[in-house]
Design a protein around this ligand. Structure first.
Ligand SMILES: NC(=O)C1=CN([C@@H]2O[C@H](COP(=O)(O)OP(=O)(O)OC[C@H]3O[C@@H](n4cnc5c(N)ncnc54)[C@H](OP(=O)(O)O)[C@@H]3O)[C@@H](O)[C@H]2O)C=CC1
Ligand SMILES: O=C(O)[C@@H]1CCC=N1
Length: 263
């Protein structure tokens, strides 16, 4: 049995707990100052009463607080790090580098920097992983296998994390915003809200499934839909001329700029 402990029980921690919940070989525990007990009850796991208790009970500890809480959490964990140095840390703290993690937790702690997205809750996530040189292949393999259970994963360099965070980490919010815009357009064109919501959601989900299952590039799929001289091509022109690519680039640029403030 592997025990995964969460420090912080917000949206990201809950998504990961849900993703691993079906695995009978994994036991999960959580500490969060206000919502910890409620989240534990809702997700049928055990609540601990401090970050230190989580550390002492766990094989792998996920740091899932806001990034600015790292120093406070690291202080609480110091006795645990001395008593039980074997615990592996998987940080999901946005913008916090391996170097910053080692500075806070100490150089002896085995630390991995991870960047999952909320889709791990339904095992359709994407997680970027970064390890420092001292992490051996067995640990890398074990951590990667855990995150593979939650969707796709890659080892990236830390320099790639800013872009990965904007596209994969924040991306679900942007895709959701596009889906909402689709729904709103449906309502504006006379559909009732329930029908518009269903059409938008099924079309976004189905398009993603189609590209993934059939291994189709986005523009190949788009071209299949666009009958020459037909209605989709007219809409596609409007989308392109309206500046979709620039808008998406601006969105990713703004996201990365904010993320860089934490570094
Ligand atoms: N949401 C996402 O899609 C992604 C988030 N991340 C990263 O994950 C981290 C958490 O984000 P998210 O879950 O969205 O944030 P939330 O605000 O939803 O949750 C943060 C949690 O941290 C807890 N917390 C705050 N301070 C402490 C502390 N000192 N000790 C223990 N727990 C504490 C809060 O506790 P309480 O409520 O009990 O006060 C809360 O449960 C961030 O660093 C973010 O960058 C990374 C990738 C994607
Ligand atoms: O919004 C945030 O800061 C975090 C990082 C990636 C997704 N959510």
């Amino acid at each position: 049995m592997l025990t995964i402990g969460f420090i912080g029980a917000g949206n990201m921690a809950q998504a990961m707990i849900k993703g691993w919940s079906g695995n009978q070989e994994i036991q999960q525990v959580v500490y969060s100052p206000h919502v910890g007990q409620k989240v534990a009850d809702d997700l049928h796991i055990e609540a601990k009463s401090s970050a230190l208790e989580v550390w002492l009970a766990s094989d792998l500890v996920v740091l899932a607080t806001p990034p600015d809480q790292l120093a406070a959490v690291a202080r609480e964990l110091q006795p645990g790090i001395l008593i039980k140095p074997s615990v592996i840390v998987a940080s999901v703290l946005g913008g916090i580098s391996l170097e910053q993690l080692h500075k806070a937790l100490g150089n002896t702690v085995v630390v991995t920097r991870t960047l999952p997205n909320v889709n791990v809750a339904v095992k359709y996530g994407y997680t970027a992983l970064a390890f420092d040189e001292q992490v051996d292949a067995d640990i890398k393999g074990a951590v990667a296998a855990l995150f593979l259970e939650l969707g796709r994963t890659d080892e990236l360099t830390e320099e790639q994390f800013g872009a990965a965070s904007a596209i994969a980490g924040s991306g679900p919010a942007f895709v959701a915003a596009f889906t909402e815009a689709f729904k709103e357009a449906g309502i504006a064109k006379g559909l009732d809200e329930e029908v518009a919501a269903k059409l938008a959601e099924q079309t976004v989900a189905g398009t993603a499934q189609h590209m993934t299952q059939a291994k189709k590039a986005p523009l190949d799929l788009a071209n299949e839909v666009m009958t020459p001289g037909g209605s989709t091509a007219a809409g596609f022109d409007a989308l392109t001329q309206g500046g979709l690519n620039q808008l998406v680039l601006d969105t990713i640029t703004a996201t990365m700029a904010k993320n860089a403030e934490f570094e």
